[in-house]
Design a protein around this ligand. Structure first.
Ligand SMILES: [Zn+2]
Ligand SMILES: [Zn+2]
Length: 278
């Protein structure tokens, strides 16, 4: 049995390539039993980006009814750590993700847009010290649950987005791992799953998922939970790199993953044994 569920899915309501219905059709074709849509919620400091939440929720509700005999569809959002809390109003679940740094002066540079932006911000704001840059990222990431009231934590170590192709810091260095583990420890207190996100692995940009194995192993030591997601922006990638993520989770000590399924009208986590998914 394969993993027939994904809860981190983008469509044309945000930066995805395919419509919500195309994503649903493909999920049904693959035999999925659960699909969570998770368009990016607005960030108030980016005036160029507006997601039509009302139209989005209406469309997901329509699809839920139209496909109810074949698949359970949830209407989620991916909130940024810096989104306003009301940006998730009406959503059935929330992914809490950190995509920007807060420089404290009204500037919020992206960490995953381009390596040039990372380099410039690191040079101008952190004296060229990537370990300080990463610390600033993890200081914010440590607040992601409190700020977004999320259901699970998205791509925990997104700050490493370019570090395999364009290495800037050593991910084994205590100056990197220390702040990352500190943030993970703080977030693990909330007892919410961390997603294993195959987005970059899926697109051939990285050889490991988010979080990378040293952090996943640490999460397991902390007694943390996981949920495996593809962060798909096109229908072909809906279950991309799931087998790699499952094997990686097992190697890091996990015995089960979670899915979100409705129980009495409300989405709750349900455990699935990993060895059954290979
Ligand atoms: Zn994201
Ligand atoms: Zn995403």
């Amino acid at each position: 049995m394969a993993l027939l569920a994904n809860f981190h899915t983008h469509c044309t309501f945000c930066d995805g390539k395919d419509t919500a219905e195309d994503m649903v059709r493909e999920a049904v074709r693959k035999g999925f039993l659960h699909l969570g849509m998770s368009s990016h919620a607005d960030t108030w400091f980016d005036p160029d980006y507006r997601m039509d939440m009302k139209a989005y929720l209406t469309e997901i509700r329509r699809l839920r009814e139209a496909y109810r005999d074949r698949i359970e569809i949830l209407a989620g959002v991916e909130m940024d750590c810096l989104s306003r809390p009301e940006a998730s109003d009406g959503a059935e679940y929330v992914i809490g993700s950190t995509h920007y740094l807060d420089l404290g002066d009204g500037r919020y540079p992206s960490v995953d847009d381009t390596v040039e932006i990372q380099d410039r911000v690191c040079r101008e704001e952190f004296g060229g010290d990537y370990y300080r840059y990463c610390r600033a990222y993890y200081d914010l990431e440590a607040q992601v649950v409190a700020r977004t009231k999320c259901t699970f934590i998205g791509h925990f170590d997104l700050v490493t987005r370019f570090n395999e192709e364009e290495p800037r810091f050593d991910e084994e260095d205590p100056r990197y791992l220390g702040p990352a583990k500190e943030a993970m420890r703080a977030l693990a207190e909330y007892r919410l799953p961390f997603e294993i996100n195959t987005g970059a692995l899926n697109r051939g940009r990285r050889s490991v998922p988010y979080p990378a194995p040293p952090l996943l192993r640490y999460l397991h030591e902390l007694g943390g939970e996981i949920i495996i997601n593809s962060d798909a922006h096109q229908k072909e990638k809906l279950d991309g790199a799931f087998p790699e993520a499952i094997r990686c989770a097992i190697r890091c000590g996990f015995t089960h993953t979670n899915i979100l399924a409705k129980d009495g009208g409300k989405p709750v986590f349900r455990q699935i044994a990993l060895d059954r998914l290979l």
